[in-house]
Ligand binder design. Structure first.
Ligand code: GRF
Length: 248
């Protein structure tokens, strides 16, 4: 895989000293329901993602998603943010727990905490998030209601690298969902979430296989710099926009 001049490779790049062929270790952070975590657990179990979930960490002791980790026999921890004096102290504890599990990739799956710059830098180039909109549209909360208010014809979800800018890191892959007449925030959210459960494993799978990595502002896929995010096909296929097949 090609790495741009003067740029350091991210977790899955050729420059990864730990080896591209070794089974990758994921750490998944959750705060709530954990349906994306479940999709990732299933994808790993079925071999669609060649990785092992080394740990699931929740900042909320009552997060229902912890049950998915328990059921699958995956180590899981609670680091309750309310027990820490400030964001820095919580992020330090979270970072130390994560680091102990030596993750290749930190996967935010409904993790409802704003992360400090120090934490983000610690896991730079190897931390991803899923956001329920077609970024850069509708960063932040209430994305489905805001998409309906704006009258957009398409909505969707994005997987992006995490940077210090909230919902602002480079976007790896997106899934598009048409907005239908009569949609409510709830009906739209349900269709977007169904796509999220295909999108996150697809994106994480490409990261784990080494096909995709970042060098900072740029994302590389199969040795080419991406001009646009990858787009998840409506069929279970991933197509590169540079191949000119699905991108509008
Ligand atoms: C998803 O909609 C995701 O896009 C957002 O948080 C939600 C998490 O849902 N970041 P779940 O906990 O994975 O069910």
């Amino acid at each position: 895989m090609t790495v741009g001049p003067g740029e350091a490779a991210g977790m899955a790049g050729a420059g990864n000293a730990r080896g591209a062929d070794r089974e990758k270790r994921l750490a998944v952070l959750i705060s709530g329901r954990g349906s994306n975590l479940k999709a990732l657990i299933d994808a790993c179990a079925e071999g669609r993602v060649k990785a092992r979930i080394a740990v699931v960490i929740s900042n909320r002791p009552d997060a229902p998603g912890l049950g998915h980790a328990r059921d699958a026999g995956i180590p899981h921890e609670v680091i309750d943010h309310r027990h820490y004096a400030d964001r820095e102290a919580f992020d330090l504890a979270l970072g130390d727990s994560l680091a102990a599990h030596e993750p290749d990739l930190v996967v935010l799956a409904g993790f409802m905490r704003v992360l400090t710059p120090g934490f983000v830098r610690r896991f730079e180039h190897r931390m991803v998030n899923i956001h329920p909109s077609l970024l850069p549209d509708f960063r932040g909360l209430d994305t489905h209601a805001r998409a309906l208010e704006a009258g957009v014809p398409h909505h969707g979800a994005s997987v992006h690298f995490v940077t210090t800018e909230l919902d602002g890191g480079p976007v790896i892959m997106q899934a598009r969902v048409p907005v239908r007449p009569g949609d409510t925030p709830a009906t739209l959210a349900a269709r977007v979430q169904a796509e999220e459960h295909r999108l996150y494993p697809a994106a994480v799978g490409m990261l784990c296989s080494g096909r995709v990595h970042t060098t900072g502002n740029n994302i590389w896929c199969d040795g080419e710099r991406l001009d646009h995010p990858l787009l998840l096909d409506p069929a279970p296929e991933v197509t590169k926009p540079c191949a000119g097949t699905t991108r509008s």
